[in-house]
Design a protein. Structure first.
Length: 558
């Protein structure tokens, strides 16, 4: 009996010990998992996240010391800098003055009593003879800024800039490093990143909204002036020691060739009819560098097929902006949408074909409303890039790729007389040849008849030349096969395009089913290709095409 009682107690105690051990291990495992998750979360934290958790009093002591001393000297900085900024920024505002204003200048400018606060400092590694420092700054200032504006009608208005809030990163470059105090020859500064800029405008003694479009025009002018006069790659140079610092100055490094092809599914802003869209393109928002397309009246799917060229100064940070407006005649145009593409995403010497979704504002990242798309072809050509680029106007020129036509053959940063002549002759290039198009088949076309079928045929139009062809009709099919080939004589391959439209044949007419718009860029580059293209303006459907190019390049007589 005692034996069984001992056995029972031993088993019970053993099981209890095992259960307790398992629970303890499970608890420890859970704590380890939670700790690992916490560490992983901290590892993913950004500098901005840490600032949300830690108030300014927990910043490093040296950063607090810097902000405290900046606050002490700020009244003197305000007095010295206000007049300097007013004198230097005033002419910049005039450069960006909107056309609805006759004049725009400062009548009063002071920085106020609130000093900016530095919230972070980063030393950027660089292999050259310089030190690069990024200073993150936050400023909720109380400046006294009054703009004296005059409209084209002669009405003068004092406009106050209020409630300024700014967060950004300034870059300082100390270069070159030398062996005498203060150990660098010059300081180069620039606004490396503009994270946030908020302000309000108020007419002194009136309402700015009483003049339609005035608020937006002035706000856009201020933002563009700051964006282009201070933001990298624009930089200001302060000479410390005598010397030549021209290498710090902003210089062109290449050109960007842009073909504005088309847009689709734009927003309709007109109560009667459709929007009249046009596009504005720029890398820097300077008046003489912004390009404007022609206006396409009453069309939400405009085709422009226009070519523009831009100067690039820093391909690693600059971007191309595209803004599409609805023309309102004498009134201010209304923005339909905008988009941008980073030049760092382009491979030098290679044409990139992109469709960009339009958004409400380039600075707003969370815009879910669909506003349409814009179609571009882009080619970045750095100066001095010789691989794949040849002077197309030399005596032994042979047209083998589009790059040779688009590139002007610059060998350095300074434009020579020869390069000016090349640039002039580039506009006179004609890329002639024969374009052979085989319409192979279509797939999954949308039904056009009551019985769920269609009688499709394809119409092909060379837009600039106006040449047209069409296939035979295939009856009762949503997956027709044509296998028909058409040859087009092309007089200007760089600026022409092929419009391929699908129609349903009816006894008393035709019904439009959809289209594809193709530039000749790809076939000029590759010589021949076969591909499947989605039908635009259709619920479904694809076209299978084969294109071949037989070039005959010539020059127009001067």
């Amino acid at each position: 009996m005692a034996f069984f009682l001992g056995l029972f107690l031993g088993i019970t105690v053993g099981l209890a010990a095992i259960v307790g051990f398992v629970k303890c291990e499970n608890h420890r495992s859970k704590r380890r998992s939670e700790l690992a998750a916490t560490i992983a979360a901290f590892a993913r934290m950004t500098v901005e996240d840490s600032r949300k958790i830690l108030p300014s009093e927990y910043y490093p002591s040296w950063l607090k010391w810097l902000n405290q001393h900046l606050s002490k000297i700020w009244p003197y900085v305000n007095e010295a800098a206000s007049e300097l900024i007013k004198t230097n920024v005033g002419p910049v505002l005039e450069q960006y003055r909107p056309i609805i204003l006759a004049s725009l200048k400062f009548s009063k400018f002071t920085l106020g009593t609130v000093a900016p606060q530095f919230t972070g400092v980063t030393i950027v590694e660089d292999e050259g003879d310089c030190v690069i420092m990024d200073l993150e700054m936050k400023w909720d200032g109380n400046p006294s800024i009054i703009l004296d504006i005059k409209t084209l009608l002669g009405v003068g208005l004092p406009v106050q800039v209020k409630n300024i809030g700014f967060t950004g990163v300034f870059r300082l470059i100390f270069k070159p490093l030398v062996d005498e105090l203060p150990c660098f020859g010059a300081v180069c500064y620039s606004l490396r990143e503009k994270k946030d800029l908020d302000f309000t405008l108020k007419v002194v003694g009136g309402d700015i909204s009483s003049i339609p479009g005035l608020y937006d025009a002035i706000e856009g002018t201020i933002r563009d002036a700051i964006e282009d006069s201070l933001t990298w790659p624009v930089r200001k140079i302060v000479t410390i020691l005598p010397g030549d610092y021209s290498d710090l100055e902003l210089k062109p490094v290449g050109t960007l060739e842009v073909k504005l092809v088309q847009a689709k599914e734009l927003t309709n802003k007109d109560l009667v009819g459709k929007s009249d869209p046009y596009a504005v393109l720029y890398i820097r928002p300077l008046r003489d560098r912004m390009k404007t397309s022609k206006t396409i009246n009453n069309d939400l799917n405009p085709i422009w097929n226009e070519h523009f060229e831009f100067i690039v100064e820093d391909a690693s940070t600059q971007h191309l902006a595209v803004k599409i407006y609805d023309s309102e005649g004498v009134q201010s145009s209304e923005l339909l949408g905008c988009a941008h593409v980073r030049l760092s995403d382009l491979e030098p010497g290679k044409v990139k074909d992109v469709w960009l979704k339009l958004v409400k504002d380039l600075d707003v990242q969370r815009d879910t409303k669909y506003r349409g798309q814009v179609h571009l072809e882009l080619l970045y050509c750095p100066f001095g890039m010789e691989n794949g680029f040849t002077n197309p106007f030399s005596s032994n020129f042979s047209m083998t790729s589009l790059e040779k036509v688009l590139k002007r053959g610059a060998n350095g940063t300074e434009v020579t007389e020869n390069e000016k002549e090349i640039a002039q002759k580039k506009r006179e290039v004609i890329v002639r040849g024969v374009l052979s198009v085989t319409v192979i088949s279509a797939e999954d076309l949308p039904p056009a008849d009551l019985v769920g079928k269609a009688d499709p045929y394809v119409s092909l139009t060379l837009k600039k030349a106006g040449t047209k062809n069409k296939t035979r009709v295939v009856n009762d099919s949503l997956n027709p096969v044509w296998s028909q080939t058409f040859d087009f004589v092309v007089e200007d391959g760089l600026h022409d395009m092929l419009i391929v439209e699908v129609y349903d044949h009816d006894t008393f007419g035709k019904d439009y089913m959809g289209r594809c718009i193709l530039t000749l860029t790809r076939v000029l580059l590759e010589g021949e290709y076969k591909d499947s293209f989605q039908l635009d303006e259709a619920k479904s459907g694809r076209l299978n095409l084969h294109l071949k190019w037989m070039p005959q390049p010539i020059l127009r007589d001067s």
